[in-house]
Design a protein around this ligand. Structure first.
Ligand code: AMP
Ligand code: GLY
Length: 426
C-alpha cells in the first residue's frame, strides 16, 4: 500500500518510522516532511493545506491512504475535499471531516458536545462582543483563577489563566473587542478552573469502535520546573504513573465511550485520532479539551509503545473493522525530550548545523524542525528534534535520552533537563 503522511514535525516522523516497518507498506511519502522523514520516506514539497497540490501528489504517486498529522488541514476540510472529489473519494483519509474537526476548531462546539453527552468538564459560558457585559457578570460568579479561551484555533496560545477578577475582565474585553487572538477570539469561552493533575489520553476510532492508546503527559513550558512561556511541548512521558487502572477505567466509561457514542448520535462519522486533554481531580477525570489529531511530542512516546502494525490499525479505521484488529502495547516506559533552538518559543535562528547524530545509540531521534542543506542536517524550526528512549522505568529511559542528547550539538541548542521531575515520587 502507498501511504502519504501530511505534516512536518516529530509526530509525522514517528508515524513514518513506524509505518515504514509495516509489511503492508509499499511506498511511503511525507508532505512536506523533514530531514528525518527523508530517511524512511520520500518527502514531497507540498503544503498540507494546499488541497489541489495534495490531490496532484495523490494521483501521481498512486497513494492509497492519507494520514493527516496536524489539525489545520482537518479543520479546513481535507477529508470532505477527498470525499467530494471523483478521483479521490476512494482514497481513505485518517482524520475527521470538518464536522468532527469542530471538536478542536471551536471550544464552544466541544463544550456543547460534552454537555449534550454528559461528559464531565468544567462549568462554562460563551460570550461575544455583543454580550461582553454578561461575560463580566459571569466572571463575578466564579472564583479565582479565571480561565478564558478563544473559541477558535489560536496555535495553542488562546487560553489565558488569570489570578484577579480585574485582569480577567480586562482580558475578556481585549479578546472580544480588540481581537487579541484575531478572528479566533471573536467568541470567548469562560470556564471554571479545574484544580488537579493534567494528562492526555489518545483514542483511535473508526466511528463505530475504538482503541484506547497509551496515556501521556507533556511538558509545555520552556523553563525547568514548568515555568516561563508556553511551547508546543518540551518533552513527554508514557505511561503516566498516576493514571492507574482504576482511573483509566473511569476515563473509558465516563469519557471515551460517551465521546465515541456521542459522535455517532450526532451523525458525525469520525475516523481518526481523538486526543483527550484531561484533569485528574481526586481520581476523577474531567475533560479540558479535545484535539482531533495526535499530540506532539506525545506521539513520540505513544507510537514507540505500540507493538502492533500501525498500518493494519489504520486499515481498520478506513474499512471500519477496527474491532477486528488487536492493539499490543509494551509495558516499558517511553520518555522523550525535545531539543530546541535558543530563543524559542520567541524569535530564534534557523540553519544551524547539527553535529553528533551518528553517535546516538539506543535512543530514537525524531526530527521536527530540520532540513538538509549542502548535504548537512541543519535546524529549520524552533522545536528541532525529539530524543525518545524506552526503559523498564522512567529513570532508565530518561538516562538513555539525556546521555544521547549530550552527544549532539548545534549553536544555541536548548532543552529541559527536568522532564518527568514531577512524576518521580508519584
Ligand atoms: P487548552 O488549549 O484548552 O488545552 O488549554 C491550555 C492549557 O490551559 C491546558 O493544557 C491546561 O493546562 C490549562 N487549562 C485549560 N482549561 C483549564 C481549566 N478549566 N482549568 C485549569 N486549567 C485549564
Ligand atoms: N503537545 C500538545 C499538543 O500537541 O497539542
Amino acid at each position: 500500500m502507498n501511504i502519504l503522511i501530511l505534516g512536518s514535525g516529530g509526530r509525522e516522523h514517528a508515524f513514518a518510522l513506524k509505518l515504514s516497518q509495516s509489511k503492508k507498506l509499499s511506498k511511503l511519502f511525507v508532505a512536506p516532511g523533514n530531514a528525518g522523514t527523508a530517511d524512511c520516506a520520500i518527502n514531497l514539497g507540498i503544503d498540507p493545506v494546499d488541497f489541489i497540490a495534495v490531490k496532484a501528489a495523490v494521483l501521481e504517486n498512486k497513494i492509497e491512504m492519507v494520514i493527516v498529522g496536524p489539525e489545520a488541514p482537518l479543520v479546513a476540510g481535507i477529508h470532505d475535499f477527498f470525499l467530494q472529489d471523483k478521483e479521490l473519494k476512494s482514497v481513505p483519509v485518517v482524520g475527521p471531516k470538518k464536522d468532527g474537526a469542530e471538536l478542536e476548531g471551536s471550544k464552544e462546539f466541544s463544550k456543547k458536545f460534552m454537555e449534550r453527552h454528559g461528559i464531565p468538564t468544567a462549568r462554562y459560558a460563551a460570550f461575544t462582543k455583543e454580550t461582553l457585559e454578561e461575560g463580566k457578570s459571569f466572571l463575578d460568579t466564579l472564583k479565582s483563577p479565571y480561565v478564558l479561551k478563544a473559541d477558535g484555533l489560536a496555535g495553542g496560545k488562546g487560553v489565558l489563566i488569570l489570578e484577579t477578577l480585574e485582569e480577567a475582565k480586562s482580558e475578556l474585553e481585549d479578546m472580544l473587542t480588540n481581537n487579541k487572538f484575531g478572528e479566533a477570539s471573536s467568541k470567548v469561552v469562560i470556564e471554571e478552573f479545574l484544580d488537579g493533575i493534567e494528562l492526555s489520553v489518545f483514542v483511535l476510532t473508526d466511528g463505530k469502535s475504538y482503541k484506547v492508546l497509551p496515556s501521556a503527559k507533556d511538558y509545555k513550558r520552556i523553563g525547568e520546573g514548568d515555568i516561563g512561556l508556553n511551547t508546543g511541548g518540551m518533552g513527554a512521558i508514557s505511561p503516566v504513573p498516576f493514571a492507574d487502572e482504576d482511573f483509566l477505567k473511569r476515563v473509558e466509561e465516563r469519557v471515551v465511550i460517551p465521546t465515541v457514542d456521542g459522535l455517532q448520535k450526532d451523525g458525525i462519522d469520525y475516523r481518526g485520532f481523538i486526543f483527550i486533554g484531561l484533569m485528574n481531580i481526586d481520581g476523577n477525570p474531567f475533560v479540558i479539551e479535545y484535539n482531533v489529531r495526535m499530540g506532539d511530542p506525545e506521539t513520540e512516546v505513544v507510537i514507540p509503545r505500540i507493538d502492533s502494525d500501525l498500518l493494519d490499525l489504520f486499515e481498520g479505521v478506513a474499512t471500519q473493522t477496527l474491532n477486528q484488529k488487536s492493539l499490543e502495547l509494551t509495558s516499558k516506559t517511553a520518555t522523550t525530550v525535545m531539543i530546541v533552538a535558543g530563543g524559542y518559543p520567541e524569535s530564534y535562528e534557523k540553519g544551524k548545523v547539527i553535529y553528533g547524530l551518528d553517535d546516538v545509540e539506543g535512543t530514537t531521534v525524531f526530527h521536527a524542525g530540520t532540513t538538509i542543506k549542502d548535504n548537512k542536517i541543519v535546524t529549520n524550526g524552533g522545536r528541532v528534534m525529539a530524543f525518545t528512549s524506552l526503559g523498564d522505568s522512567m529513570e532508565e529511559a530518561l538516562e538513555k535520552t539525556y546521555k544521547n542528547i549530550s552527544k549532539v550539538s548545534f549553536e544555541y541548542m536548548n532543552y529541559r533537563k527536568d522532564i518527568g521531575f514531577d512524576l518521580k515520587n508519584v
